[in-house]
Ligand binder design. Structure first.
Ligand code: NAD
Ligand code: UPG
Length: 477
C-alpha cells in the first residue's frame, strides 16, 4: 500500500462493471467484498472464474483473492458489516417507455441499508436517472429510519455518485488509468474519503511504463455528476453517428471516409477517436443512456432533436449494409449470408444491443439464411434462425456474401482466398472498414465497404508536404 490506508470496500453487483471495480480496488491494496445475488455467477466467481469475457480480469481476480484482498458473498450482513464504502454496481436497464428502471439499484440500496451498522459511504456507480442519487439516498434513509426492531444504534450513510466510464474489452486499463474521476455529492468529508480510494490512480504519472497525463478529479453536485455520464455517452454516440452520416455522403461523391476521418482527427479539437464508420454503435450503454437522456429532456418539455437524430442515423446505418447487398442481389430471399462477428464490439462476449445481431435479425426477416462465427460468443443469441459455426471459414461454405460485422483482430488475419474458394458468390462486405480492399479483390472477391467507394485515395506518406495557403509547398519539419 506504500503507506496508504487500506479501506474496506463492498461492491454490490458482480457484472461487467462490479467485478472490475472490485478487482481493481483490491489490486490497489484495499480490502474488497463483492456481493452478488445470482447464485450461478457467485459460484463461478468463488471458483476464480469470470462469468463473462473481459481480458485480464480473471488473472487479476485470482491474484487479489490469493492475497486475501478480495472475496465474494451473497450475504449483505457479511459484505456490509465492516465496509467503510459500499459501491452499487447493479444494472439500470431501460423500461419500454424509454425511462430508467431503477428497481434493481433501489432494491440493492435497501438491502445495503438494512445491513448498515456503522457510518458508511454508499457510492452509486451504476449509471442512474437524473435525480437517481436523491432517490437512492431517500430509500437508504427510509430503511435506516424504519428501525424495524433491529438493535440500536443503527449506522448512518452518506451518498456519493461516482459514474463509471470504463469500456468493455479494455475495462481494467480504463479503470486504472482513467482520464477523469467524477464524484458527485455535497458532503466534503465523504468526497474526500472516496477520493482516498482512488489516490493511487490519481497520483500516477505513468501508465504501463509510459508517461501519462494525470487523471483529473472533479467533485461536483450530484445532478451534474449524473448528467456527466449521460452527456459523455451521448457525445460518443453522436461522434460515431456523425462519421456514419458522412460515410454515406462519401459513398455518394466517391470520397474515402477512412482517409477523411484521419484528416479530421488530426485537428486536436476533433480528435481521432470514435470516428470509425461502419455498422453503427451498439452495446449495453450508448443506446440505453441516450434513451434516458432523451426521456429526461422530454419530461421537462424540451425536444432534443440532435439526440434523436443520433439514434435515427444509427438505426439507419444497418440499412446501408442491406442496401449494399441489394446492389448485388435482386432480393435476399434464400440467399446464404456468412456473418463474421456477433458481439457489439471486439474483446467482449456482450451481445446486448449488438449491431451484428440486429443485422442478422434484419437479414433473417428478409428471408436470408445467416451463418455466423464469433471468436467468443459461441452460443446463438436470442434471435431464432442464426446458425453458429465453430470456425471462421465455415461461414463461407456456400455463401452468396460474407459480411464482417464485428472488428475482432482475428478477422484481420483471414485469408480472403480461402474464404472465396468456399463461397458460392463473391461479395465481401466490410461492415467495419478494416480491410485493405485491394487484398480482398485480388482474391477474386468484390470488396464493399462503408463510405469508401471507388473515389480517389489520398496518399499518406511521410514525405508529403502540406501546401501553404498560397499553394506553395512547405516542409513540416
Ligand atoms: N457494461 C459497461 O461497460 C458499463 C460501463 C459503465 C457503466 N455501466 C453501468 O453500470 C451498471 C452495471 O452495468 P453492468 O454492465 O455491470 O451490468 P450487469 O448486468 O453485467 O451486472 C449487474 C450485476 O448485478 C447483480 N445484481 C442485481 N441486483 C443485485 C442485488 N440486489 N444484489 C446483488 N447483486 C445484484 C446481477 O446479478 C449482475 O451480476 C449499469 O448502470 C450500467 O449502465 C456499465
Ligand atoms: O469509432 C467508433 C467507435 C465505436 N464504435 C462502436 O460504438 C459502440 C460502443 O463502443 P465503446 O464505446 O468502445 O463500448 P462500450 O464498452 O459500450 O463503452 C461505452 O459505454 C460505457 C458504458 O456506459 C462507457 O463507460 C464508455 O465510456 C463508453 O465508451 C460499439 O458498437 C463500437 O463498435 C464505432 O462504430 N465507431
Amino acid at each position: 500500500m506504500n503507506g496508504r490506508e487500506r479501506i474496506s470496500v463492498a461492491v454490490v453487483g458482480s457484472g461487467y462493471v462490479g467485478t472490475v471495480v472490485a478487482a481493481c480496488f483490491a489490486s490497489l491494496g484495499h480490502s474488497v467484498v463483492g456481493i452478488e445475488n445470482d447464485p450461478a455467477k457467485l459460484a463461478q466467481l468463488r471458483a476464480g472464474r469470470i462469468p463473462f469475457h473481459e481480458p485480464g480480469l480473471e488473472d487479476l481476480l485470482n491474484s487479489c483473492s490469493r492475497d486475501g484482498r478480495l472475496r465474494f458473498t451473497a450475504n449483505y450482513d457479511d459484505g456490509v458489516a465492516n465496509a467503510d464504502v459500499v459501491f452499487l454496481c447493479v444494472g439500470t436497464p431501460i423500461l419500454p417507455d424509454g425511462t430508467v428502471d431503477m428497481s434493481a439499484i433501489t432494491n440493492a440500496a435497501r438491502s445495503v441499508a438494512s445491513a448498515i451498522r456503522r457510518a458508511v459511504i454508499v457510492v452509486s456507480k451504476s449509471t442512474i436517472t437524473i435525480g437517481g442519487a436523491r432517490l437512492i439516498e431517500a430509500v437508504i434513509r427510509d430503511e435506516l429510519d424504519r428501525g424495524d426492531g433491529r438493535p440500536a444504534p443503527l449506522g448512518s450513510a452518506v451518498l456519493v455518485h461516482n459514474p463509471e466510464f470504463l469500456r468493455e474489452g479494455s475495462a481494467i486499463a480504463d479503470f486504472l488509468h482513467p482520464d477523469r474521476v467524477i464524484l458527485g455529492g455535497d458532503d466534503p468529508q465523504a468526497l474526500e474519503r472516496v477520493s482516498e480510494l482512488y489516490r493511487p490512480i490519481l497520483q500516477q504519472c505513468f501508465a504501463g511504463g509510459i508517461p501519462a497525463r494525470r487523471p483529473a478529479l472533479m467533485c461536483v453536485d450530484v445532478t451534474t455528476a449524473e448528467m456527466m455520464k449521460y452527456a459523455s455517452n451521448a457525445f460518443l454516440a453522436a461522434k460515431v453517428s456523425f462519421i456514419n452520416e458522412l460515410a454515406n455522403v462519401c459513398d455518394l461523391v466517391g470520397a474515402d471516409v477512412k482517409v477523411l476521418a484521419t484528416g479530421m482527427g488530426l485537428d486536436r479539437r476533433i480528435a481521432p477517436e470514435f470516428l470509425s464508420a461502419g455498422l453503427g454503435w451498439g452495446g449495453s450503454c450508448l443506446g440505453k443512456d441516450l434513451s434516458a437522456l432523451i426521456a429526461t429532456a422530454r419530461d421537462g418539455g424540451y425536444e432534443p432533436s440532435l439526440l434523436t437524430a443520433v439514434v435515427q442515423v444509427n438505426a439507419q446505418q444497418q440499412e446501408v449494409v442491406l442496401r449494399k447487398l441489394g446492389m448485388h442481389f435482386s432480393d435476399l430471399q434464400g440467399r446464404r449470408i456468412g456473418l463474421l462477428g456477433l458481439t457489439f464490439k471486439p474483446d467482449t462476449d456482450d451481445l446486448r444491443d449488438s449491431p451484428a445481431v440486429e443485422l442478422a435479425r434484419r437479414l433473417l426477416a428478409l428471408g436470408a439464411e445467416v451463418i455466423a462465427y464469433d471468436p467468443v460468443a459461441t452460443e446463438a443469441p436470442a434471435v431464432t434462425g442464426i446458425a453458429i459455426v465453430g470456425d471462421l471459414y465455415q461461414v463461407a461454405d456456400g455463401a452468396d456474401a460474407v459480411v464482417l460485422a464485428t472488428d475482432w483482430p482475428d478477422f484481420l488475419r483471414l485469408d480472403p482466398a480461402k474464404l472465396r474458394i468456399r463461397m458460392r458468390g463473391n461479395v465481401f462486405v466490410d461492415g467495419r472498414n478494416v480491410f485493405d480492399g485491394g487484398a480482398i479483390e485480388s482474391a477474386g472477391l468484390k470488396y464493399v465497404a462503408v463510405g469508401r467507394s471507388a473515389g480517389p485515395q489520398a496518399t499518406w506518406d511521410s514525405d508529403f508536404e502540406a501546401p501553404t495557403f498560397d499553394g506553395k509547398p512547405t516542409s513540416r519539419h
